[in-house]
Design a binder for this molecule. Structure first.
Ligand SMILES: *Cc1c(COP(=O)(O)O)cnc(C)c1O
Length: 243
């Protein structure tokens, strides 16, 4: 059977995640699937939503806002790309959670906006960790994660729930990075007596390795939507309705 549409591929990816979890003795329900819809057209996202997906990940604020306005309010949007301070207010209008917290400056900006009424409850955040070295400039250095996470206690409008990483493209280095994430998480849990339950790691090319290493959230784009188009036009008048 070949699956050629995004809805069918979404279901196939979910089944593959379930199978990968079972193979390493984990409950399939312990691994969430975030469909990464960056650059993808609203119609494709609506099709995946109709297949049962409610969690979508976006990299850019304007694109996330535009899509959220065109799609069902039942969908939850997670920001997984770098968030600039000056876009924090716009992002807070839409995002259910932020997986790419990487600076105290940004934490401070979010704290002020939420305290001033931008949200009625704390924003769930994951600390982005740079496990790949030179490949990505985003994320907190692994050596600084403990100190960074302790500083977040000062921000009661944020609810730190775990760690996120984009792995090195080389599988061996990715595996090392995933293992490091597990060690970092264990260290935080020991220090704080629990918490830090979420480990967001694994993308189209490496999600099986990430699930074996304890991932609780895989972020899958291409395997669901196919190759990414060059860009998404935020001014598109091509309105679609999901569900
Ligand atoms: C684009 C992106 C993904 C999804 O990548 P695929 O390889 O298409 O699955 C996941 N996480 C982040 C942070 C991304 O930017």
């Amino acid at each position: 059977m070949t699956v050629t549409d995004p809805a069918g591929r979404y279901l196939a990816v979910r089944a593959s995640i379930d199978e990968s979890a079972r193979q390493v003795g984990r409950e399939p329900s312990a691994v969430k699937l975030l469909a990464v819809s960056k650059y993808q057209p609203v119609a494709a996202i609506a099709a995946v939503a109709n297949a049962g997906c409610r969690q979508f990940g976006e990299n850019r604020v304007a694109e996330m806002v535009s899509k959220s306005e065109q799609l069902s309010p039942e969908l939850a949007w997670t920001l997984i790309g770098h968030l600039q301070r000056n876009k924090a207010a716009a992002a807070l209008k839409v995002m259910a959670s932020l997986q790419s917290l990487d600076s105290l400056d940004l934490a401070d900006r979010l704290q002020r906006l939420i305290s001033a009424g931008a949200r009625s409850n704390p924003l769930p955040v994951l600390i982005e960790v740079n496990t790949s070295g030179e490949v990505s400039k985003n994320g907190v250095d692994p050596a600084d994660v403990a100190a960074f996470s302790a500083r977040l206690r000062a921000f009661d409008a944020l609810q730190p729930v775990g760690l996120m990483t984009v792995a090195h493209p080389d599988p061996d280095r990715a595996e090392q990075g995933f293992a490091l994430m597990g060690h970092l998480q264990a260290g935080l849990r020991q220090r704080d007596g629990g918490g830090w339950a979420e480990l967001s790691m694994g993308m189209t090319g490496d999600y099986r390795l990430a699930i074996a290493a304890g991932s609780t959230c895989v972020r899958i784009g291409s395997a669901i939507f196919g190759p990414r188009p060059g860009k998404f036009n935020v001014d598109s008048s091509d309105h679609q309705t999901a569900i």
